[in-house]
Every structure is written in C-alpha cells, then in structure tokens.
Ligand binder design. Structure first.
Ligand code: ZN
Ligand code: ZN
Length: 137
C-alpha cells in the first residue's frame, strides 16, 4: 500500500487494498497464507506527519507444533503507523512496516488449541482424535 502524500486531503483519506501475501514474502516453514492480505487504512495528515490507522486481515494456515496438523487462524490486527514527512517525499510505502507488524505476531510454537494433546510418543497417533491402542496412556 502506497500513499501519495499530496492526495491526502485535509479531512483525511480512507483506503482499502488487497495485497497478495506472496508479494510480502510472509510464508515460513510453519505458516502459510491462503488469502490475500486485506488492508483498510484511515490516513490523516498533520503538518509534517502522516498518521495511518490500519487494519490488516488474512487467513493463515499454520502447522501445530504439538500434533503437526494444519489449522486455520484468522489474523486480524489493528496498528497505528506514523511517518515524519520531508518536503521531498512524494509517497509513503507502508509495505515494510506491514510486513514487520505481521511477522511480530507470528507464534514461535503455533498450537491448534491451547489444550492440544499432541502425538503419542510411542505410536505417533494424534491424541486429539482419541486414545490409541499402543498401550501407552
Ligand atoms: Zn495440535
Ligand atoms: Zn500410542
């Protein structure tokens, strides 16, 4: 998302945009984006600064670090960004900040649920799906 500074009127500006997550290079070994990132920004200009109230939404799939199954996670985050403006600035590109803010929210150990029982250490069965027959409890 790029904001062209002289197109921000005194009363502010509301912008919506969808970015392909691939453009932001957000996937990791554990986390996959399956939808574009939806952005909604309310932009205000104050003398020498630009304030952006931004909402970001996306559907993310992650691998549970305990049971290894994939689960869906709806990412929804509000952030506020501010940029000091220089008279030579023509536009502000929010992309680097957006990327940073999303990555900050990545769990180190994603869990499908806080009560995930994980896999049986003996036979490898997913214990969330019921007990196993290998004799371990
Ligand atoms: Zn799990
Ligand atoms: Zn077992």
């Amino acid at each position: 998302m790029k904001i062209i500074i002289n197109q921000v009127p005194a009363e502010g500006l509301y912008l919506e945009e969808e970015i392909e997550s691939a453009q932001l290079d957000l996937d990791t070994a554990l986390i996959k984006f399956r939808s574009p990132l939806k952005l909604a920004a309310r932009i205000t200009r104050i003398t020498n600064a630009l304030m952006v109230d931004l909402n970001m939404k996306a559907v993310i799939f992650a691998d549970c670090s305990r049971c290894l199954s994939e689960f869906e996670w709806v990412f929804d985050k509000d952030i506020q960004l501010s940029y000091a403006l220089d008279s030579s600035d023509v536009f502000i590109d929010l992309k680097p900040n957006i990327r940073e803010e999303i990555i900050l929210d990545y769990p180190i150990k994603p869990l499908c649920s806080l009560s995930c029982k994980g896999l049986c250490v003996k036979c490898g069965k997913n214990k969330n799906e019921g007990g196993c027959n290998c004799g371990s409890t």
